[in-house]
Design a protein around this ligand. Sequence first.
Ligand SMILES: *Cc1c(COP(=O)(O)O)cnc(C)c1O
Length: 452
Amino acid sequence: MEKLAYEKPVINRISAGVPDKFGLGTNIKPVTHIDGVSVKELIEKYGSPLYVLSEKTIRETYQKALNAFKTRYQKVQFAWSYKTNYLNAVCNTYHQEGSWAEVVSGFEYQKAIANGVPANKIIFNGPDKNKEDLTLAIKNESLIHIDHQDEFYDIQSIAHEMKKKAKVAIRVNMDTGIFPKWVRFGFNLENGEAWAILNKIMADDGFELMGLHTHIGTYIMDANAYGVAATKLAQLAVRLEHKYNHYIKYIDMGGGFASKNTLKGAYLPGSDTCPSFDDYAEAIAYALQHSDIKYDQMPMLILETGRALIDDAGFLIGTALANKRLPDGRRSLIIDIGVNLLFTSFWYEHLIAPAQMTPPYTEDTIIYGPLCMNIDVIREAIKFPVIEKGENVVLSRIGAYNMTQWMQFITFRPKIVMIDTNGVTHVVRENENHETMNALDRVPEHLKGFDL
Ligand SMILES: *Cc1c(COP(=O)(O)O)cnc(C)c1O
């Protein structure tokens, strides 16, 4: 008889249906289908890992947000935050719904133009706008949101040279009672900087002041902070009325609404604690309606919501590569989804589920990605059922920032598919391959060829 190899024994607690700290079961429900399409079939057809977008969820979430605001404040306009997800198919879905574009670089600006967004419906934010970007934006009458003094002077000289009025707003940063205060963008309200630049703009015929803008932060869990910010911007607008008899066309409240994801270290799940669109809309609409802005001069309310609109529409599906016992006895699961594809795993505890039925038992598990890098951890600790090599997993709520902040690293970036509202699947971005990867490489003549 052959002698069996020695394996160190471990004792592990296996829990089945034991309540967790919230009194809920640890039972993880499998996600076998996305919008009626089988996860297994998606992987068979398009490969693993794979990003999946739900057009239905994009449109439904957008309508929900729009409705929350429209029922409280009629003149409302969304502008899609390109950096949150600038896949053309995603941008166009929002544009079809009526959303303008909000961009923060020359690259994103060109992308919005190429997608067919009318230039006067592009909001150009951010600290990085070079002279070419500004010249184009002024020529096109796009809405330029000034970030700092140097940009003001650039616009001033270009506008005078072109004999055109630049259509501008200023970004204002302020204390809304939340921490951390984002003070690095725009002009500070409390120290008078914002008012000072407004006076310069009003005194210069190279500018037409269109609006006031703020973007107080991201994943803001306190809807009241928006009420404070809207009140403060409205007060600035009233001050402009008094001094210049000038009525701004819009107040832009930026983005930053929390999605339902759960932050690492949070005690309760995000879906229980994050404000709803109604909560945010109520805070903002109340503040504007109760301001002293003249009734017949109420500005348009612009929202640049990113994360809260798209997160729920994105999924990342993948495959188990191996199960492994760590020396301390913990179970680890290695999947083909790494942190290079899931940038947000650094701060969210993403929902992760098996894509097939599993035994009811769960065990403390650490989930690793496929990279040969120690930091490639998708989940430090989760009670998870056993998944065999070759079986599949589904990560949900990953639509925001992952498809723009992803990294090309060690492996190729995979395909992205979108399931349309009829349940038909479309490839909306191809995977990388050797050819696309090498397309930008250049090898100097003397480095071509070698003998080993
Ligand atoms: C990133 C960004 C947004 C979108 O923010 P979310 O937190 O994703 O809603 C909106 N406006 C500006 C200026 C931004 O930089």
